[in-house]
Design a protein around this ligand. Sequence first.
Ligand code: 13P
Length: 251
Amino acid sequence: MRRPIIAGNWKLNLTITESKQLAQQLVNHLADVADRDIVIAPVFTALTSVAEIIEKSPIQLAGQNCYPQTTGAFTGEVSPKLLRDSGCHYVILGHSERRQLLGETDSFINQKLLKTLEADLKPILCIGETLQEREDQQMQEILSRQIKGGLTNLTEEQMGDVIIAYEPIWAIGTGKTATTEQAQQAHAFIRNLVLELFSPGVAAETRILYGGSVKPDNVDGLMGEEDIDGALVGGASLKAEDFSRIVRFKK
Ligand code: 13P
């Protein structure tokens, strides 16, 4: 069935030296893990240093963003090809912080996603509603727009490499995790959208991660839900022991 993924989004944190230290601690803690995917997303400047440290471990590397062009006059941007060149196998796209702070739209995220797949990177497409949208009963409409917009022009075959992360914005960095029921309900809705857009086979195989205040003490409950295939972890991914416990979730 679907292989679980636990991904750590380090966001704008840690110097190169600190990133290497954390990566080494994770290698020490997690060297024996073989039945689930482990991904960490350091800042761009630390990618190549961290890549060397995790090289012979089960941990894989992700970029936190990319630009939908390969080379050219795009000052300050990083292409999927360069992320691959730095040792990445994944890239986080459309994180709510980028949507909110940098005005990223679904169509821009879709361009990045298509370019990412061309570069042999697996995109982790982030979606999620604000508290206001949830209270206004708009969650389904928002998720539906983000999924349809983000996955425009993708083939069924390409969907095999796409990972979706449901991150309700009200649960990010707030300590307010969605209840297991709220998360499962949203994940089931998303899986059904994927079914409508692609096929039952694609829907059954697409991995959907939950993100938003995932911690060692709530991961087991979340991972026990049928449609939750992993976690995208922010704050707790910066502590080796917490992240390692999250990776070692028990159903
Ligand atoms: P927290 O785990 O800190 O809530 O962050 C979640 C997140 O945004 C991961 O991408």
